[in-house]
Write a protein that binds this ligand. Structure first.
Ligand code: AMP
Ligand code: GLY
Length: 425
């Protein structure tokens, strides 16, 4: 039995908590800070996932064997190295890469250079800083719109601008590098070619040498119906992805996954855990839009339900470098998730709205995101509130079940997109 501490408080962490807690290998199980949903699977600890000293104390007190960081922040801030450099924590399995490995997500410039070194297909790009501002403007003027401007570092999903003309591109570029719109995260900026295609998310779980592939997924990032309006963390997801057939996935493996895993190893970059490939299919070819060093949200809410293997066992195999011994089992069923959000999201939104109707939900998993327990009630506590995941013989059936149940959950200001998976109907 292994004692586990999972970091995070989103729908992703709720789905991971649900899965971990089903394992016969799961001992005492804590989530920090968790939400109203994760309480059903383990004990929530009132601890920020960025509080490394607090996490250390909890790991010692509760004799934790496995630390599972859900979000990218602690990984990019170096929680793996923090654990491996501390004699009291070194023995603990950390499900995630070293600080250097997490740079695949933490620095767009780092990931672009990595891809260039390993011939991994991605958009053509240049990087610029305040010192090279004028050259950046000249580069924009030579480019064909749309032009993609990206803050180098973590910017809570807001660091990418797709400018429709030169003026907008220069404005976004200036705001980032000259006015430090995202602080240090936009001191450096990547300007890249726009890729026109359809996106999907592919997930590998690696021990640094071997890897297994989890089910692929597609998420829906825009707030509005018909993929309109502002970008969000994700309004829903489906798995499998109908256009990711065998031939296409072979290209993904040969051109992207293998060169990434082998490239990390060849460069001596310590990387265990999840690699999230944010891909785009242009014509029939895959390109990398971005890497993430953790699972996706809300993709996890459909990927994890379709994974039939014991997740704790996979983590132990990862820590032993023996993922080559594992046969991955994916469910034949489709899964879909619909995210209920708070009015105003992704801008400002209210919190503390009482939620009801949980008892009316039938045939779906509810993965809580921004919720918390307040006395006897469950109240909203975030922009993304609840992921409603269902299985089905196909995506359409899974979606209709989630939509039925979305009507049962009630709180003031509830909003969800009613067209998740629309292009596959
Ligand atoms: P990222 O944070 O790099 O994933 O970018 C956020 C979103 O912007 C992506 O999910 C894409 O929808 C879009 N995007 C980023 N880079 C490009 C690109 N080079 N071409 C087209 N769309 C892009
Ligand atoms: N759903 C996209 C992400 O997790 O980054």
């Amino acid at each position: 039995m292994k004692n586990i501490l999972l970091l995070g408080s989103g729908g992703r962490e709720c789905a991971i908590a649900w899965k971990l807690s089903q394992s016969p290998l799961c001992g005492t199980f804590f989530i920090a800070p968790g939400n109203a949903g994760t309480r059903e699977y383990g004990t929530n600890l009132p601890l920020s996932y960025n509080d490394f000293e607090g996490i250390k104390k909890a790991c010692i007190e509760y004799k934790i064997d496995i630390l599972f960081p859900g979000p990218e922040d602690p990984l990019v801030a170096g929680i793996y190295d923090f654990f491996k450099n501390d004699p009291d924590l070194r023995h603990i399995i950390v499900v995630g890469p070293s600080k250097e490995g997490a740079q695949l997500e933490g620095s767009k410039a780092f990931s672009k250079k990595f891809m260039a070194r390993h011939n991994i297909p991605t958009a053509a790009y240049h990087e610029f800083t305040a010192e090279s501002f004028e050259r950046g403007v000249a580069y924009i003027k030579r480019s064909e719109p749309p032009i993609v401007i990206k803050a180098d570092g973590l910017a809570a999903g807001k660091g990418v601008v797709i400018a429709q003309d030169i003026v907008e591109a220069v404005k976004a570029f200036r705001a980032m590098v000259m006015n430090q719109q995202f602080g240090d995260a936009s001191k450096k900026v990547v300007i890249e070619q726009f890729l026109d295609g359809i996106e999907l998310s592919v997930f590998a779980f690696t021990d640094g040498t071997n890897y297994i592939l989890l089910p692929e997924a597609k998420d829906y990032k825009r707030i509005g119906v018909g993929d309109t309006g502002l970008n969000t963390g994700g309004m829903g997801a489906i798995s499998p992805v109908p256009f990711a057939g065998e031939e296409f996935m072979k290209k993904v493996t040969d051109r992207i996954i293998l060169p990434t895993i082998n490239g990390l190893k060849a460069e001596g970059i310590v990387y265990h855990g999840f690699v999230f490939f944010g891909l785009i299919k242009v014509g029939n070819d895959p390109y990398v839009i971005e890497y993430n060093c953790r699972m996706g949200d809300p993709e996890t809410e459909v990927v994890i339900p379709r994974l039939e293997n014991d997740l704790v066992e996979l983590i132990l195999k990862m820590s032993e470098g023996k993922l080559n011994e594992v046969t991955v089992q994916h469910s034949n069923k489709a899964a879909a998730t619909v995210m209920l959000v708070s009015e105003g999201y992704p801008g400002d939104y209210p919190k503390g709205r009482k939620m009801t109707g949980f008892d009316k939900v039938k045939g779906s998993h509810l993965f809580h995101a921004g919720t918390k327990k307040s006395n006897e009630d469950i109240v909203t506590n975030g922009g993304r509130v609840l992921a409603i995941t269902s299985y089905g013989d196909d995506i359409k059936k899974a979606l209709s079940r989630s939509y039925e149940n979305a009507e049962h959950i009630e709180y003031e200001g509830k909003y969800f997109r009613n067209d998740i998976g629309w292009e596959f109907e």
